[in-house]
Design a protein around this ligand. Structure first.
Ligand SMILES: Nc1ncnc2c1ncn2[C@@H]1O[C@H](COP(=O)(O)O)[C@@H](OP(=O)(O)O)[C@H]1O
Ligand SMILES: [Mg+2]
Ligand SMILES: [Mg+2]
Ligand SMILES: [Mg+2]
Length: 358
């Protein structure tokens, strides 16, 4: 069977991520990033709100009937006129240099009220039916604030299955063969950095420079995971935040597999992109809390990009990630992403170490 190529969806996803990344890069290089605390005490910045508004505007223009699951909501903006206008100042000036590309995204958002409304278009409950986009406008907000890695993430699911994924990683090297890297400093230039990963189900994954707009959605370089014959030489990556993934369990698993190199800690879905292009090999997300449910926007694009690069992605029980349940991965616990050929061995080690908790 020839799988559909979703050319239009891929093109719009790539351009929408590229446009939103222009905004996040501006905020990243500013000292004060406009942090606001959310109810769950996780941070959100003016960059998160602005990027979400721009991405939803592009989707709304091209696919007005599609549902959208996005991380942020506008409640804080509605009660804070200063915050609202700071974000609007950023959003109204952000556009792609290429006028044809900008026109494809529908051009600028009409006004500040339209921007607030767009942010709330991301409130779909998700589920197993129809076309649903998942947006994480800034994944790795803590990394973004720290001057580390972050990602602008967008994926299209149809009937609960991820069909298209795009990940903009402004602080990863453009060069696919560069080593794993934790981030660039806030005062460094973007020179040589900024990569856009994308994938379509059944058609592989690619990378290209994030800052270069190309209307040809298939113009990227194909990427693939590294073939590892000796697991002891594998490169692991994990979250910087010990509150998101257990560093202790990760170390025990590395030891069990005979891996001596310490794992590389980086924020966001940049981990999925990095292993997909063979800059690293294995990404584990090891539950810290018994009750936390992973969010679909933290994994949808990365899951497809890794699987289209020759990888296998499951939870710690060996189950594929299930995006069809709602806004969270309620049926999964943790993440084990590795090249298909070694995934089973890695999963075994994960389960041995976690056996007390499973
Ligand atoms: N207790 C927890 N366990 C796992 N992930 C968590 C968590 N609390 C927050 N997160 C998620 O971890 C994401 C960042 O992942 P990473 O550690 O790989 O950078 C956050 O995304 P945002 O930064 O978009 O809010 C947030 O959704
Ligand atoms: Mg968040
Ligand atoms: Mg996130
Ligand atoms: Mg986020």
């Amino acid at each position: 069977m020839i799988l559909p190529k979703y050319e239009k969806e891929l093109q719009i996803a790539q351009l929408a991520v590229q446009r939103a990344s222009i905004l996040t890069k501006r905020v990243f290089h500013e000292k004060a990033k406009g942090t606001v605390d959310k109810n769950d005490k996780s941070p959100v910045t003016i960059g998160d709100f602005g990027a979400q508004a721009l991405i939803i505007a592009a989707l709304q223009h091209n696919f007005p009937d599609d549902a959208i699951v996005a991380e942020e909501e506008s409640a804080k903006l509605k009660e804070d006129a200063n915050l609202r206008s700071t974000i609007w100042d950023l959003v109204k000036d952000t556009k792609l240099d290429d006028p044809a590309a900008e026109a494809l995204l529908g051009g600028p958002i009409k006004d500040i009220d339209a921007m607030v409304e767009l942010i709330d278009r991301g409130n779909s409950p998700g589920g197993s039916q129809g076309r649903i986009w998942a947006i994480d406008p800034i994944d790795g907000t803590k990394g973004f604030l720290r001057g580390g890695q972050y990602a602008v993430c967008l994926a299209l699911m149809i009937d609960g299955d991820v069909k298209v994924g795009a990940l903009g990683c402004p602080n990863l090297p453009i060069d696919d063969s560069a080593r794993l890297t934790t981030g660039i400093g806030e005062n460094q230039t973007d020179e040589g950095h900024g990569v856009l990963f994308s994938a379509v189900q059944g058609h592989g994954a690619t990378s290209r420079a994030l800052a270069t707009v190309n209307l040809d959605a298939e113009a990227g370089t194909p990427i693939s995971m590294r073939a590892i014959d000796d697991l002891t030489k594998a490169n692991f990556c994990e979250s910087v935040e010990a509150g998101h993934s257990s560093h202790g369990d990760q170390a025990a698993i590395s030891q069990k597999l005979g891996i001596t190199e310490p794992s590389v800690r980086m924020d966001s879905q940049a981990k999925y992109g990095s292993i997909a292009r063979g800059a690293g090999d294995i990404y584990l997300r090891l539950p810290v809390s018994a009750t936390y449910q992973e969010k679909i926007w933290d994994h949808a694009a990365g899951d497809l990009i890794v699987r289209e690069s020759g990888g296998h992605v499951t939870d710690i029980h060996g189950k594929r990630l299930d995006f069809s349940i709602g806004r969270t991965l309620a049926g999964n616990k943790g993440v084990v992403a590795a090249p298909l050929a070694v995934h089973g061995k890695v999963l075994e080690a994960v389960q041995e170490v976690l056996s007390a908790k499973l």
